[in-house]
Ligand binder design. Structure first.
Ligand code: EPU
Length: 425
């Protein structure tokens, strides 16, 4: 039996058109939010990912009716749902933590298995639990799951600020628990990541009263009930960023579809600020964002930060680009300071890199060569594919299932651009 892997023949130039799929990190809390109403919600542009399939299954297991109504479109009706989400599907998905806020908001009760997901260092949920407690829930944490219980939720003042910035899924949870509470909830230091604004827009369409979107302070006026709606998931900025980085590495050019100038302005400020030559090598042309290879990339000095800073979810991918710069680079991750489990695999492929505390130091002009490597998480997996495309010879990436969790048809999209790769399973 073959161990599942992807074999990549490197040194290919990439050229052609690809379309960006719906955002994973927007879709997952939005799917959870369908639990907040007993009426059907119809969601479009839902990406085809294993994380999404698991979230749909988690909703089914709670008793929701989940029906495919077209390609990437789902109708979800949570008319009769129970509150016990202690099962292996939930355990394997980080975003399943959002079931807590949605069930608490709608049913005043929730038992949810402790979430799994990518191991990026410490991923506590203390801020989530503190928010539920302040809204009036009794919080218990027996081994392996979280249990929430209350007769009613009351608006209050919350802060979602953790030691390394506001929590993204924590903010989603606080909003979902507050929309049906009595009175007004003020969420200070709310995450400003665009996926939070998408969730709030969908909830407002369902009848919620949330203001302060994108401002860092969300004001949620509780309403008695929410109704169904239809909503289109926005493009995935991390997938887009991954293909843009690939274009800077090998594009002759790569043409990225599905992004608008406004989307790039809102989502890529921190990204373009961090790569000084980016704007000269990528621009809108003929209906697509066209990305050309950067030949003489100056060394990069990247620091990941909450939005609008450079996203941690592009840290491994930008590190591959930085390894090709003409002078040394530094990549610091302040959001997940231990998100460097992929560095041994990088080194095995020839990337000269060393980690000091929360910072990766990269030598210039690394020459990448063939090798066998194992993905350690979703974004690190994508970065290994980029490295494999760059490397001389054949690279084998094990655990490609990590990439399937969060990139829709990644390998097919790469092949469409001319990459030579084969999945063995
Ligand atoms: N934190 C706390 N306490 C908490 C929650 C977070 O101290 O209760 C700290 C964490 O330790 C971390 C920081 O706050 O240092 C950020 O964590 P956050 O809660 O924002 O992360 P998350 O919500 O679990 C989401 C994305 C991640 C992304 C991070 C940061 C989803 C499903 N996941 O995770 O996405 O890296 O925000 O932007 O939305 C990915 O897509 O590959 C991915 C890992």
């Amino acid at each position: 039996m073959v161990t599942p892997c992807c074999v990549i023949q490197g040194r290919t130039s990439l050229r052609g058109d690809i379309a960006i799929s719906g955002s994973k990190n927007a879709a997952l809390p939005i799917l959870a939010a369908t639990l907040l109403t007993d009426q059907p919600c119809v969601l479009h542009n839902v990406p085809e990912l294993t994380d999404v399939a698991n979230m749909l299954e988690a909703l089914r297991l709670l008793g929701a009716e989940v029906i495919s109504v077209g390609p990437r479109s789902w109708s979800i009706c949570a008319k009769d749902v129970h509150t016990d989400a202690r099962n292996p599907v939930v355990q394997h998905l980080r975003a399943s933590v959002c079931l807590l806020g949605a069930l608490l908001g709608r049913k005043r009760s929730a038992s949810v298995a402790m979430p799994g997901g990518c191991k990026l260092g410490a991923r506590p949920i203390d801020l989530h639990l503190r928010a539920f407690h302040r809204l009036g829930a009794q919080v218990h944490q027996p081994t392996g799951y979280v249990s929430l219980q209350t007769d009613y939720l009351t608006g209050t003042v919350l802060s979602m600020l953790g030691p390394r910035g506001p929590s993204m899924t924590g903010t989603s949870n606080a909003v979902m628990a507050a929309v049906l509470a009595k009175g007004t909830t003020v969420i200070r230091h709310a995450s400003r990541e665009p996926e939070i604004a998408s969730l709030c827009r969908m909830l407002n369409q369902m009848g919620a009263r949330i203001t302060g979107l994108n401002s860092g302070t969300l004001i949620v006026k509780g309403v008695p009930f929410l109704h169904g709606t239809s909503f289109t998931v926005p493009p995935d900025r991390i997938e887009a960023g991954t293909f843009i980085i690939l274009g800077y590495l090998r594009g002759t050019p790569v043409r990225v579809h599905g992004l608008t100038p406004q989307f790039l302005t809102e989502n890529f400020q921190g990204f373009f600020d961090a790569i000084p030559s980016a704007r000269r090598h990528s621009f809108f042309h003929d209906g697509a964002f066209e990305v050309h290879r950067i030949e003489d990339l100056p060394g990069l000095d990247i620091c990941t930060l909450p939005y609008p800073g450079f996203p941690t979810d592009l840290q491994p991918q930008i590190s591959v680009l930085a390894s090709q710069a003409i002078s040394a680079s530094r990549v610091r991750d302040t959001v997940f300071p231990q998100r460097f489990a992929h560095i041994p695999a990088f080194r095995r492929l020839g990337i000269q890199a060393k980690v000091e505390h929360d910072t990766l130091h990269l030598a210039p002009h690394s020459t990448l060569h063939s090798g066998e490597v194992t993905a350690t998480d979703l974004r690190a997996g994508a970065a290994l594919y980029l490295a494999g495309i760059l490397a001389d010879g054949s690279t084998t990436v094990f655990r490609p299932d990590y990439v399937d969790r969060g990139y829709e048809h990644f390998e097919e999209k790469l092949q469409k651009l001319g990459a030579e790769l084969t999945r063995l399973s």
